[in-house]
Design a protein around this ligand. Structure first.
Ligand code: N01
Length: 549
């Protein structure tokens, strides 16, 4: 077979990733007249919704909210059939967006970016792909996602296991039929909790290997009520604007007015009951003002959910194991489920506590814990991701000044606004660490970042500038602010992926910005109004030389 010679392309902007953020970046930067090229490891668009095809996968934000706002025609014409979008439906929507705005012609699929190097003389980034091709551009935009690097634990004996194994984050496109099989699911985060009820209906027997119990609430998914859809669509522009004035970037939930501790027991219970019946995580956490701030207040909500678990699960021992007791509710991603706790009442489902009796190894025929052997035909790793920094650190990102992302982020991520990194000029991130991204409606977060980046690029072009870089002091101050804001909340109490606790050896740093979307967007807008405060703007050395001659 002939070896294809490496190709080289020159662009104004390179975008790494064709998920929700990358796609909008293509569209938005093209509108500025930029020549863009996106690289995507998958053979289709969609990012997280392309890879996570496990049974039961659906969004935990309502579909009328979890969608692009940049085109009113698009948001008016798309019909969401259910309250919460399923993975296939969301992927169909993202494909529709790619077609409608003719985005594919600027995307190179099946291509993984391995290296990105900045040249300070020309102020350009050159990326190298796994095909050996290179491309150079003034700007490099990392749209690599926050939960895009799946991780499975290093359990001895996996290679000896004779059955099949899967990771929820890399699910086979053709699907998996578990009918008649003995299946083990390891992990009870959102992916495990969503897939367990579906797998249980197929499997001969399902063993759930749980290390830590998580809080989950009923999603109460329903077919989309036509009057709800038309009312929402009639107010779409106002609702989208209002979303920026909320902590999580989602409009429509009246803000709470009092502390849980200022309510009498009966009032508290009735508030929680109403939210439990309504379904939805943000809405539940909005029951009172201080559920994420005050442990005593939070205890009332945590205990309410524990009581619901005990009331649902018939076997008291299983119920008790399912009751989370190591973190306040909401400090890990609060899960939405359909029949999760009910699933443990099935005769073919067994919950195994691997906190007290850890997994020792996988064997040719199954899984061995400290005290028992489980015969399995298939294993599902619902064990999560190297979140927020994993995808960026997998790329060899460095500058000609000798700085690498691996060294810079050795003790945890450091960014200015989650948009740029001091020492890495002209490199932007979409929903990077220390921005609200994962703690908000992700599509809104992506749009806000892409709009900010597009405005910044326009600003530079209008002034004949070719370089922007976050100042070290501004970055230090933002990281400190990020930590202070987190420390005022209960979030750091949980061993979550927000702090990297799920990856052995990962530095414990609180990564998302939890000061809320309103405060964050205000800060981003102020930075622009003050002439890109905290950023150093300039021309390339080449330009400076020619100006001097
Ligand atoms: O991953 P997770 P996920 N041995 O990290 C366990 C988003 N998402 O894929 O807690 C045994 O939450 C681990 O146990 P522990 C959402 O933001 C959204 O489920 O570390 N167990 C935990 O139970 C979500 O938060 C949607 O003790 C091990 C589980 O695996 C994020 O993605 C749907 C283990 C991992 O849970 C990640 O969710 C799906 C080991 N060695 C995902 N290592 C929706 O929109 C890990 N575990 C609805």
């Amino acid at each position: 077979m002939a070896v294809r010679p490496p190709e080289h392309g020159r662009f104004d902007a390179i975008i790494v990733g064709a998920g929700v953020g990358g796609l909008y970046a293509i569209h938005r930067l093209r509108k500025l007249g930029l020549k863009v090229r996106a690289f995507e490891a998958g053979d289709g668009v969609g990012g997280t919704w392309y890879w996570n095809r496990y049974p039961g996968c659906r969004c935990d934000v309502e579909s009328l909210e979890y969608s692009y706002s940049f085109s009113d025609e698009l948001q008016q014409e798309w019909h969401w059939p259910e309250r919460y979008g399923t993975q296939p439906e969301i992927l169909r929507y993202i494909n529709h967006v790619a077609d409608r705005f003719d985005l594919r012609r600027d995307i190179e699929f099946n291509t993984r970016v391995k290296e990105a190097v900045f040249d300070g003389d020309t102020n350009t980034w050159t990326v190298k792909t796994d095909k050996g091709d290179t491309a150079t551009a003034r700007y490099c935009i990392m749209a690599t996602g926050n939960l895009s690097t799946p991780r499975k634990p290093n359990i001895a004996g996996l290679e000896s296991f004779k059955g099949k194994w899967y990771h929820t984050g890399r699910w086979p496109h053709e699907g998996v039929d578990f009918t008649g099989l003995r299946v083990g699911v390891i992990g009870t985060g959102s992916s495990g909790v969503q897939s367990i009820p579906i797998i249980a209906k197929q499997a001969q027997h399902l063993y759930v290997f749980q290390r830590t119990a998580n809080f989950s609430l009923p999603a109460r998914n329903v077919p989309m009520p036509p009057d709800k859809e038309s009312a929402h669509k009639a107010e779409y522009p106002e609702r989208r604007r209002a979303a920026y004035d909320t902590p999580f970037g989602i409009a429509g939930y009246p803000p709470p007015e009092k502390s849980a501790l200022d309510a009498a027991e009966a009032e508290r219970l009735s508030a929680y009951e109403a939210k439990w019946a309504e379904g939805g995580s943000i809405s539940f956490l909005y029951s009172f003002t201080d559920l994420l701030l005050n442990k005593e207040s939070n205890d009332t909500a945590s205990e309410f959910v524990r009581r619901k678990i005990r009331a649902t699960v018939k076997d008291p021992r299983t119920a008790e194991l399912l009751c989370p007791n190591d973190h306040p509710i909401g400090t890990k991603r609060l899960i939405l489920d359909t029949d999760y706790y009910e699933t443990y009442n099935r005769d073919n489902v067994t919950l195994i506590d691997i906190r007290s009796k850890p997994i020792q190894e996988l064997t040719p025929t199954g899984l061995r814990t400290e005290d028992a052997d489980y015969a399995l035909d298939a294993i599902v790793f619902a064990t999560g991701f190297d979140a927020m920094t994993g995808a960026m650190k997998e790329i060899d990102i460095r500058t000609d000044a000798g700085l690498s992302i691996q060294a810079k982020w050795e003790d945890g991520p450091r960014t200015y606004l989650g948009l740029m990194i001091a020492g890495f000029p002209n490199l932007f991130m979409i929903t990077g660490p220390q921005s609200p991204g994962v703690k908000s409606q992700m599509i809104l977060a992506c749009e806000q970042h892409v709009d900010w980046i597009a405005g910044c690029v326009q600003h530079l072009r209008d002034r004949g500038l070719t370089r922007i870089e976050a100042e070290e002091d501004a970055e230090d101050a933002w990281v400190q602010h990020n930590n202070e804001v987190a420390d005022r909340t209960l979030y750091p109490l949980a061993n979550s992926w927000y702090v990297g606790a799920n990856i052995p050896g990962k530095p414990r740093v609180f990564m998302p910005y939890v000061g809320g979307v309103t405060a964050y967007k205000k800060k981003c807008d102020e930075v622009v109004a003050r002439g890109y405060e905290g950023f150093r703007l300039g021309a390339s050395i080449e330009r400076q030389r020619s100006a001097a001659n």
